[in-house]
Write a protein that binds this ligand. Structure first.
Ligand code: IPE
Ligand code: IPE
Ligand code: MG
Length: 263
């Protein structure tokens, strides 16, 4: 398989990765999730159709995966299409599906050669049978890899994910295999699409919008949120490093006191 199209070095990182200025050892996030927003505005500001923004957005995804591998991030989750994005005009949805199919065919297979393990978050949808099948195939193909875990959120909505998890646990209770008292936060987390991924440390959203848009609501309980004033097609390794530096400077308390015992 070809790996030449990737800009990053060919080293497969299994933790560690290249040091980032301003990020001391031990202050790097294990799991980063990105809301890749602003493709449409990027296109409009360049006098181009929205499709061109999405096409350039795919290039930014490639750069970001390469950077995540280089920087030694353990898990990267990307929001590729939300369960609410089906409400967009038919033509734009078709274009996005076309780009995603191309990405799965061209890139996800190549990522296997880079030791990347692909995970899928989200629910099947009647309009995306082919994509779901391709994604599941890639998930199975790369399941034994030990490098970066790349979680692709497709037809994903966090409220739907939580409801599905609750339904799965309710079925266990109805079948007499679980008691209601056994439904703890840990048990519910284990029934979410993200089961087995490292705890979410950092959520990055591009385009300046400051909301979660139904993305990883449960998982982001104690994640740090970084909102960047860059439109997704312009995102690159430099912006990624900036987000990691911002994260490294944050004091995470998890409801307790800081390292010096101050509130
Ligand atoms: C993100 O860019 C891509 C998807 C949501 C699929 P947008 O298409 O939301 O771009 P803006 O927000 O309209 O600029
Ligand atoms: C969130 O962006 C979804 C993805 C990036 C895939 P949106 O552009 O759909 O979010 P809103 O509509 O601005 O909240
Ligand atoms: Mg948007």
């Amino acid at each position: 398989m070809k790996i030449a199209k990737f800009e990053a070095s060919d080293d497969v990182s299994e933790g560690g990765g290249q040091p980032v200025a301003g990020v001391p050892a031990g202050r790097a996030p294990r799991h980063v999730a990105i809301i890749m927003d602003g493709n449409g505005r990027w296109a409009t500001s360049h006098g181009l159709p929205r499709f061109e923004g999405h096409r350039r957005g795919v290039e930014a995804v490639r750069r970001t995966i390469a950077a995540a591998i280089d920087l030694g991030v353990e898990a990267l989750t990307v929001f590729s299409f939300s369960s609410e994005n089906w409400t967009r005009p038919e033509g734009e949805v078709d274009e996005l599906m076309g780009l995603l199919k191309l990405f799965i065919r061209k890139d996800l297979q190549d990522l296997h050669a880079r030791n990347v393990r692909v995970r899928i978050l989200g629910e099947g949808h009647p309009r995306d049978g082919e994509i779901q099948a391709m994604l599941r195939e890639t998930e199975a193909l790369t399941g034994g890899n030990t490098g970066l875990t790349l979680a692709v959120a497709f037809n994903y909505g966090s409220q739907n994910e939580i409801a599905r998890a609750a339904r799965a646990l309710a079925r266990e209770v109805a079948a007499g295999r679980l008691s209601p008292e056994e439904i703890t936060p840990a048990r519910l987390a284990g029934a979410l699409d993200t089961a087995g991924l490292p705890p979410l440390d950092l959520v990055i959203r591009t385009s300046g919008e400051q909301r979660l848009s139904n993305f990883l609501l449960w998982q982001a309980a104690y994640a740090e949120l970084v909102f960047l004033p860059v439109l997704w097609p312009d995102f690159d390794r430099g912006w990624f490093e900036r987000a990691l530096q911002e994260f490294a400077g944050r004091e995470r308390r998890f409801g307790g006191l800081d390292a010096a015992g101050r509130s």
